[in-house]
Design a protein around this ligand. Structure first.
Ligand code: AR6
Length: 429
């Protein structure tokens, strides 16, 4: 009996102690966090002081000798950087976005398919070995992506570029990345008019530097396609073909080449062309788990209709060879689905205004539009028309909207405004 009482007393004492322990732990954690914060703030302050007196050469060597963690404190984009691991390889991207496609059985780890990525966002956020700048022959900063890169890297980039004596069209030169998350910037000068050979030479010159400097990751923006006016479709053909050839001729290079697109239109073009130059096979009906009545296919297009025509869809999908075809076929199927639903609702009769069935027809139309918004496959997003807004600022890595004033739709030049959610994701990664 006595021992029981003692035990109870001991337990209740420990219970009383527990919250105190917890509090102490939290306090300790806060202390360490603050200490670390002060440390990095202190280092940043020290660096800023030193910066005032040191030359760009000294800063170049300081930045290049810093560990990634040390350099992160200095990024202009703050915590909104994007690490390589968070960028899917092309086959993974397709698998995530278009489950109808499957990696070719013949794909090995060193296959070129695994060495390319398509990523939409601000190139100045990429924490990789090198980013490619679409520069001017003088290399002294300009508008577009060039301006963004110079702003994010800081004035040392300008100072280093100043010593390079410019760069000829079709050539490339490398500098340090300074306050950019990327270690290096490869500056290339694209042609001012459509010139396949010169544009090809831009990509090849950059890739020669990549190889020479033993870099393992590089991101290309779309060279010449905006201010220099090279038609995006043709420029993309040159970019993808050149990179593919280079990868096939340099099989021992085990890195990643990222095609960084900025606008929604560029993304559409690149997706379409990537399927052409870096093709993946389509899943069979069996792999897709398609029922004979095509119910799985209905799920893919977001329709709930059981209309007989829908059963044709798996066959349609089997016929698809490229994303271009996929886009056309799917919009056709979607058009059909939508039309079918409306007809069903209408009972094949014309609706007069005010007819109670009109509401449900509108509902069907809305469902169709919402489904269509989720799909990036069709070139025209009906929602854009509906509310007059451009839904083109979605960051594909974080799924968050970003407000980069450099987005061509919003005008050229300006600062990146980061989203908190994206920052959290990146630092956690
Ligand atoms: N991140 C990624 N891509 C971007 C970004 C960004 N932050 N900003 C723009 N782009 P442009 P050009 C894309 O005009 O046509 C300068 O004045 C954009 O969507 O920057 O080669 C230079 O000094 C487009 O796809 O380069 C030259 O004089 C791509 O970057 C001249 O412009 C290239 O558009 C070069 O013109």
């Amino acid at each position: 009996m006595d021992t029981d009482v003692k035990k109870e007393e001991k337990a209740s004492k420990e219970k009383e102690k527990a919250p105190a322990c917890k509090e102490a732990n939290v306090k300790n954690e806060k202390k360490t966090f603050n200490k670390e914060k002060n440390n990095s703030a202190g280092k940043k302050k020290q660096f800023k002081e030193k910066e005032k007196t040191s030359t760009w050469q000294q800063k170049k060597s300081d930045f290049e000798n810093m560990s990634v963690e040390e350099k992160r404190v200095h990024y202009r984009c703050g915590r909104d950087y994007v690490i390589l691991k968070s960028i899917s390889s092309w086959p993974d991207y397709v698998e995530e976005k278009y489950p109808k496609f499957v990696k070719k059985e013949s794909v090995t780890e060193d296959d070129v398919l695994n060495k390319v990525s398509l990523w939409r966002g601000d190139i100045t956020r990429l924490e990789i070995d090198a980013i490619v700048n679409a520069a001017h022959t003088r290399l002294l900063s300009g508008g577009g992506v060039d301006g963004c890169i110079h702003r994010a890297a800081g004035k040392c980039l300008y100072e280093e570029c100043y010593t390079l004596n410019g760069c000829e069209t079709g050539n490339a030169k490398i500098t340090s990345g300074y306050k950019l998350p990327a270690k290096y910037v490869i500056h290339t000068v694209g042609p001012m008019e459509e010139n396949k050979l010169l544009l090809k030479s831009c990509y090849e010159s950059c890739l020669s530097i990549v190889k020479e400097k033993k870099l393992e990751s590089v991101a290309f923006c779309c060279i010449s396609t905006e201010i220099y006016g090279y038609p995006i479709e043709n420029a993309t053909d040159v970019a993808l073909m050149t990179v593919k050839d280079w990868l096939e001729n340099n099989k021992s290079w085990a890195g990643r080449i990222i095609f960084c697109v900025f606008s929604k239109d560029e993304l559409h073009v690149y997706e379409k062309k990537m399927f052409k130059y870096f093709p993946l096979t389509k899943k069979t009906n069996e792999q897709m788990n398609v029922d004979n009545d095509g119910s799985r296919a209905e799920m893919d297009t977001g329709s709930k209709s059981n209309d007989k025509d829908e059963t044709r869809r798996p066959t349609l999908i089997n016929k698809i060879e490229t994303s271009e075809a996929l886009t056309n076929e799917l919009s056709m199927v979607k058009g059909k689905t939508c039309e079918t639903n409306i007809l069903k609702e209408k009972g094949n009769k014309r609706l007069v205004s005010g007819d109670p069935r009109e509401t449900s027809t509108k509902k069907y139309l809305r469902t169709f539009k919402e489904t269509d918004e989720k799909s990036e496959l069709t070139n025209e997003n009906p929602l854009e028309k509906e509310d007059g807004r451009q839904h083109n600022n979605m960051d594909m890595t974080s799924g968050q909207e970003f407000t980069n004033k450099n987005s061509p739709e919003e005008g050229h030049g300006g600062e990146s405004v980061v989203t908190e959610a994206a920052s959290v994701k990146m630092t956690d990664a």
